[in-house]
Design a protein around this ligand. Structure first.
Ligand SMILES: Nc1ncnc2c1ncn2[C@@H]1O[C@H](COP(=O)(O)OP(=O)(O)OP(=O)(O)O)[C@@H](O)[C@H]1O
Length: 255
């Protein structure tokens, strides 16, 4: 799945033109079926890490190998293909839903780059929406008429519809009322416990983090701790190691 080695990302500060080191030599393994929650204070580099994992940005230095391909050096064309086929990205606010579309069209649209027949796209979209708990009567609603919690679920369905090998989500419960938050947490709990889908999620939500098999803490662009939830089995049931932390500790944590 993912193997990050020495990943550094520098930006030029718009304020004073200085160099901002958003990620500083991050090393990380994410195995098939692994669920990793990334935590850390504002500015720690969580969103930058997700964008780099998703191939939306390239690192300044280091390698980001996803299923054998280094996203840092692959051609732009191949990178777009990998994003379309293998990586589900939910930026969290629901604001990333394409405007002017119904719920079903919005999710089916994620399959267009894969060249599927429209009828197949619709069927897969309906299935993905059912999986995250969007009721049938909302399938033909314009997405802008949904409340924030439902928009968040549609964004998740849009990320999941292609059956990606990994789901990346940035603050998926942030700003939601309690009921809607619980619905989103329940989706991730199912993805981790039943589907064993590889997910990397940045969140400050304790309820969501409690379900994650592993936690990583980022501080000033570095991984300072890696812990595995007590009772969470290895991501892969074979004899292969479930995780091989490069930085920080991989301690067991109490629930
Ligand atoms: N495009 C950019 N240009 C310049 N600096 C950036 C850019 N993107 C991020 N940064 C800087 O990189 C650092 C890490 O930002 P990032 O958004 O990844 O942190 P974060 O942990 O996600 O923070 P938050 O929880 O507030 O979203 C911050 O200092 C931020 O200002």
């Amino acid at each position: 799945m993912y193997h990050l080695d020495g990943v550094t990302k520098c930006y030029r500060s718009a304020r004073d033109g200085g160099v901002v080191r958003a990620l500083d030599g991050v090393g990380l393994f994410v195995e098939d079926g692994d669920g990793l929650v990334v935590r850390g204070p504002a500015g720690a580099g969580k969103s930058t890490l997700l964008r780099i994992l998703g191939g939306l940005e390239r690192p300044t230095r280091g390698s980001v190998v996803l299923n054998g391909t280094d996203l840092a050096t692959v051609t732009e064309c191949r990178l777009a293909r990998i994003r379309a086929e293998s990586v589900g990205i939910a930026l969290g606010t629901g604001g990333d839903l394409p405007p002017g579309l119904t719920v079903r069209q919005s999710v089916a649209g994620a399959l267009v780059p894969l060249g599927l027949r429209p009828a197949d796209c619709r069927e897969l979209a309906d299935r993905a929406l059912a999986e995250v708990g969007v009721p049938d009567e909302q399938l033909t609603w314009p997405t802008h008429e949904l409340d924030a919690g439902s928009q968040r679920l549609v964004a998740l369905a849009r990320a999941l519809v292609k059956r990606p090998s990994v789901l990346l989500a940035d603050q998926p419960t942030a700003g939601l009322p309690a009921g809607a938050r619980a619905c989103v947490v329940a989706v991730f709990a199912r993805l981790w416990s039943e589907r064993r889908l590889s997910c990397v999620v940045a969140t400050e939500d304790d309820a969501l983090a409690r379900h994650a098999p592993r936690l990583a803490t980022l501080s000033r662009g570095r991984v300072t701790a890696l812990t595995r939830r007590r009772g969470a089995g290895p991501a892969v049931p074979s004899g292969r190691p479930a995780t091989r932390p490069v930085q920080g500790r991989d301690d067991r944590r109490d629930e």
